[in-house]
Design a protein around this ligand. Structure first.
Ligand code: GAP
Length: 451
């Protein structure tokens, strides 16, 4: 993990936020390479699950919604974690995590009183000072703020803790403004906010994060089948973007572990440097959200089923993944240190779909006019089709190392022979093999590598 954090800062993937002021706990900024990589992940997700399908659409709803949304969704009353405070150091902890660490038992779904009893009976103390812990309290994870210049409690609004509610509240608008027929899905990518008691592990658990969520509306009878369908689809996608199969596992949650809205939940865990932890969750949210919003708003959120000639409230299958968690999984999945001769080589084996740059162009001798012209021409042409970077400084070995570290799959070197026989050297990041390719065939060669 230290290597990933250090590489991220050194090469501009992720910086600590407010760094010059000593940072802010668990806030991170994405740097130049991180921002490109984040966009690449989003684009791959959109291509795979939205743009290549007729049954999917995309929306972008507001972060701040009418507070009734969070009333109907259950977040105002149920979206909390059990919290304790050390009476000595006043640090706060998640009581369920302390119990799991000490006793290896899962207390999901138990009341604050029950959890308090377990803490007392097992003499669980502050992990830092061994001090006595306060009574367990349920701590709501939503950030709130006030709307307008006057501080009146009725004006309290919340930063959304999940993006999907904006999809449910727009269900009727979507049905009326599109000609979608069941089953269909609505996708959304956007920021969510949770006032986590114990954030941490770099960008794994943060207070502000992006979610990529799909709400797939289907008939109740098809919900189980569609659940499996989406689970398989994502497993295939993870393979496609280069995540190793052995780094993923599925975890079925039992009734007490599931969120209040879920009839079935399967989490996909990734093998992070700190062990297997949740990357993505799949839930069968049933008709919970549409029904709750219908009840509270008084607006009918249903779908007219031509087959049965009745109004039905569809079920919802929800694949939801945090972009930061996927970003960290991809970095960790690709990170390698190799010893080559007396040298350490750091390599990020990123898929060409995700790597910030796909190609690096190196003029072997930066000051040679002929080499420079060919290199610049190639760079200008290739950058319209591929993500390219240009590096004309330092030895070729150093240039390779710089690109290996940021995951660039192919490096193209232009040398003296290039002006004679119109060929360049293309070097593969992982195998380090080099081949000579004619410039006229370069697109064809790259496309073959990027299948
Ligand atoms: N709409 C359903 C939902 O929000 P969730 O399991 O609470 O379900 C979905 O969150 C995903 O969002 C998680 O699997 C994780 O990838 C990401 N996520 C949740 N909380 C997060 C946090 N504090 N920091 C980063 N990612 C988070």
């Amino acid at each position: 993990m230290d290597s990933l954090v250090s590489l991220s800062k050194r090469r501009g993937f992720v910086y600590p936020a407010s760094d010059i002021y000593g940072g802010l706990a668990n806030s991170w900024d994405y740097g130049p390479l991180g921002s490109i990589m984040k966009e690449n992940i989003k684009n791959e997700w959109l291509k795979e699950f939205v743009f290549s399908r007729d049954d999917m659409i995309l929306i972008d709803s507001a972060i701040i919604q009418n507070s009734s949304v969070w009333d109907a969704s259950g977040h105002l009353t149920k979206f909390s974690d059990p919290m304790v405070e050390c009476l000595d150091c006043h640090k706060r902890f998640r009581a369920d995590n302390l119990i799991e660490d000490k006793l290896g038992i899962d207390v999901d779904g138990r009341s604050a009183e029950e959890i308090d009893k377990i803490i007392n009976e097992n003499n669980i103390k502050c992990p830092i000072t061994a001090g006595v812990l306060s009574q367990v309290k349920n701590f709501n994870l939503m950030f709130n703020t006030k709307l307008g210049p006057v501080d009146v409690s009725s004006d309290t609004v919340y930063l959304r803790p999940e993006t999907c509610q904006g999809i449910f509240t727009n269900f009727d608008n979507i049905i009326k403004s599109t000609r979608l027929k069941l089953p269909f899905g609505v996708a959304q990518i956007g920021k969510s906010f949770r006032n986590e008691i114990t954030p941490g592990n770099f960008i794994f658990r943060t207070l502000e994060f992006e979610q990529m969520e799909i709400e797939y509306f289907t008939k109740e009878d098809n919900a189980d089948k569609d659940f499996e369908y989406w689970l398989n689809l994502f497993e295939e996608w993870y393979k496609k973007i280069g995540i190793k199969k052995e780094n993923l596992k599925k975890v079925e949650l039992n009734e007490t572990q599931r969120a209040h809205y879920s009839k079935r939940t399967v989490d996909i865990y990734f093998n992070y440097p700190f062990g297997f932890k949740e990357l993505q969750s799949f839930a069968n949210r049933s008709d919970y959200d549409l029904t709750s919003h219908s009840n509270l708003s008084g607006k009918k959120l249903h779908y007219f089923d031509e087959e049965s000639k009745t109004n039905i409230v569809p079920f919802v299958i929800e694949p939801s993944v945090g972009l930061g968690r996927l970003f960290l999984a991809i970095l960790s999945n690709g990170y390698k240190e190799e010893i080559i001769g007396n040298d350490k080589r750091i390599v990020l084996s990123l898929s060409h779909r995700i790597a910030p740059y796909q190609l690096a162009i190196f003029p072997l001798i930066g000051k040679d006019e002929k080499i420079n012209n060919i290199s610049q021409n190639l760079y200008s042409n290739l950058r319209w089709k591929y993500r390219c970077t240009y590096d004309s400084t330092g030895s070729i070995g150093k240039r390779y190392r710089r690109q290996d570290e940021i995951g660039t799959p192919l490096c193209i070197t232009i040398d003296n022979d290039s002006s004679i026989d119109n060929t360049v050297t293309i070097r593969d990041r992982d195998s380090m093999e080099q081949v000579r390719v004619n410039i006229d065939n370069i697109n064809e060669y790259i496309d073959k590598c990027f299948l």
